[in-house]
Write a protein that binds this ligand. Structure first.
Ligand SMILES: C=C(O[C@@H]1C=C(C(=O)O)C=C[C@H]1O)C(=O)O
Length: 300
């Protein structure tokens, strides 16, 4: 996949819908492989609950272990100017992040200025629904071992102590999902520029349902879910010592249905929410003359 800077500075139209979709398709691989990595470890629910680690409280941090990892990792990334890129959004409150120590890169102004950041929703569904689902196998294996050794207690059955390893991967998964979902802004800008007159009436008289219907492409979503299942089945394959693939569902590295449901019930709906939120903000600050001009333009 091209780097962020290349995405916006290579020759060719950065708002070509085909090109944006190719980036979304490539992000499927990143998300599936990082979920496979996370699935190696147990659920470790302590990581996602605030107040579980006295050491953090003593250091004055009131968030969860994972929120601590996010803040520390994103603080370095902020100093390395990651969040000056139009396709990168932090989970940590930007006001709590340091300024870049590198001079900024001049990205072309492709998106209309906006403050849309749905990372709180991503963090919520990831920790509440996705992690428990994809770590079930590792947790079952662990609890059987612990029960055999007479260890009891719910958390202990879901806790393998790999808090740091699990959270490093959690941050990678969250960053990939965040990039994917917020690419909805580029999709939306592309669709808006193709037919501004179709969208403007439903922006001036805000109508989420009408805007959602305009940006929704059922055939694209159907193909995505079909492709995703095939990719997840392939990438989840385990192999015998001689390299022969093990065609046993119980031996897969990831819950394939869980990956498909992640996209169907969370990633796609939230991407479309971002697309509609972006459209609703698309005319802010514009004069009537500018809007009238957009109404008559085909591809601005
Ligand atoms: C991202 C797009 O917009 C919508 C969201 C999609 C998604 O999140 O995968 C797919 C198709 C559309 O319903 C697109 O048109 O490619």
């Amino acid at each position: 996949m091209t780097t962020t800077q290349q995405n916006f500075t290579l020759t060719g139209d950065p708002l070509s819908l085909d090109r944006i979709r190719s980036i979304l398709i490539r992000l499927e691989d990143t998300i599936i492989f990082s979920l496979i990595e996370r699935a190696q470890f147990a659920h470790n629910p302590k990581v996602y609950r605030r107040g579980e680690f006295q050491e953090l409280q003593a250091a004055g941090f009131t968030g969860s272990w994972l929120e601590w990892f996010l803040k520390e990792i994103e603080s370095f990334h902020a100093k390395a100017r990651r969040y000056t890129s139009p396709d990168e959004y932090p989970f940590t409150n930007p006001a709590e992040l340091p300024d870049p120590i590198l001079t900024g890169i001049e990205f072309p102004q492709i998106l209309y200025p906006n403050k849309i950041n749905v990372n709180p929703s991503i963090l919520s569904f990831y920790t509440r629904s996705i992690v428990p689902r994809i770590t079930q196998q590792a947790t079952l294996t662990l609890s059987a071992a612990k029960r055999a050794n007479g260890i009891i207690g719910d958390d202990e059955y879901e806790d393998d102590g790999n808090y740091g390893s699990a959270s490093v991967i959690d941050v990678e998964v969250l960053q990939a999902i965040s990039k994917r979902v917020h690419y909805g802004k580029f999709v939306s800008e592309s669709k808006f520029r193709d037919h501004p007159a179709a969208f403007i009436p439903h922006i001036l008289n805000p109508n989420r349902a009408a805007l959602d219907a305009l940006i929704t492409k059922p055939e694209v979503e159907l193909k995505l879910l079909q492709r995703l299942r095939k990719k997840a089945e392939l990438y989840a394959l385990n192999f015998a010592p001689d390299g022969q693939p093990i065609n046993d569902v119980s031996m897969r590295k990831i819950d394939v249905d869980g990956v498909v449901e992640l996209y169907e019930h969370y990633i796609i709906p939230l991407t479309k929410e971002v697309e509609v939120d972006y459209l609703l903000a698309r005319l802010e600050g514009m004069s009537q003359e500018q809007i009238d001009s957009l109404m008559t333009s085909k591809k601005s």
